[in-house]
Write a protein that binds this ligand. Structure first.
Ligand SMILES: NC(=O)c1ccc[n+]([C@@H]2O[C@H](COP(=O)([O-])OP(=O)(O)OC[C@H]3O[C@@H](n4cnc5c(N)ncnc54)[C@H](OP(=O)(O)O)[C@@H]3O)[C@@H](O)[C@H]2O)c1
Length: 197
């Protein structure tokens, strides 16, 4: 069982629209449950895991977004209207135990959002981070960081172009990113003028 987070993001790095919807919902190519490579992605998955904030809008959706998956939700309360088969827990380690106990060998789609991805990363349970970069600029919205620890180590595994102009990038997640001089050093215009590097 692998826990695979998959997040869509705009080309300027936002995982939500300025009004808080998942980035891919703004793409004219978006079809719930079909577009942006989701069918291929879900082939090996048997469960969906998410935070309460990401889960709640599904309760009023026209279409139940996870028809063939066992659903696990992290949150301090069980939202009213939650179907009986959905497992909720307020404790991430306990929810992870329930997820593992129910697992029959398939992968887990970690739907998000960023806080829940970080929660399971910090538990050492996040195996993959998959990004779907959309051909859109938002100018504002929520980013993956700082909720997700910026020191998270990523190792490139593969990429593919998707119909509609998006690109899927798959990273394996490891402990910590190795130090990057480009990130650590000051590259402000002032430091360049004074000759500092
Ligand atoms: N671009 C995409 O593909 C994509 C995918 C999914 C979601 N999103 C976006 O992500 C946004 C939501 O992200 P988010 O990070 O704010 O919220 P989130 O991760 O969906 O849910 C956060 C909630 O999960 C629970 N939680 C998280 N970590 C916890 C911990 N360590 N211990 C206990 N409970 C914990 C808490 O529930 P309680 O408050 O009940 O305690 C917390 O309020 C939405 O705007 C959604 O549109 C984007």
């Amino acid at each position: 069982m692998q826990i695979r987070a998959r997040m869509s993001m705009s080309a300027d790095g936002y995982v939500t629209t300025p009004s808080g919807w998942p980035a891919l919902t703004a793409d004219p190519a978006f079809v719930s449950g079909e577009s942006h490579g989701i069918r291929d992605f879900l082939e090996g998955c048997e469960a969906a895991l998410m935070g309460r904030t990401t889960f709640e809008p599904a309760l009023t959706n026209e279409r139940w977004p996870w028809p063939n998956l066992n659903v696990f939700v992290l949150g301090s309360r069980r939202p009213s209207g939650t179907p009986d088969h959905v497992v909720t827990d307020s404790d991430p380690a306990r929810l992870l135990e329930k997820l593992r106990a129910a697992n029959q060998g398939g992968d887990v789609h970690l739907v998000g959002g960023p806080r829940t991805i970080e929660t399971f990363r910090a538990l050492g349970a996040l195996d993959k981070l998959e990004l779907v970069v959309l051909p859109l600029l938002f100018g504002a919205g929520m980013r993956l960081t700082p909720s997700l620890d910026p020191d998270t180590g990523l190792t490139f595994e593969r990429e593919r172009a998707l119909p509609g102009g998006s690109v899927e990038i798959v990273y394996a997640v490891s402990g910590r990113a190795s130090g990057s001089p480009a990130r650590d050093n000051d590259w402000s215009p002032a430091s360049q003028r004074s000759g500092r590097k």
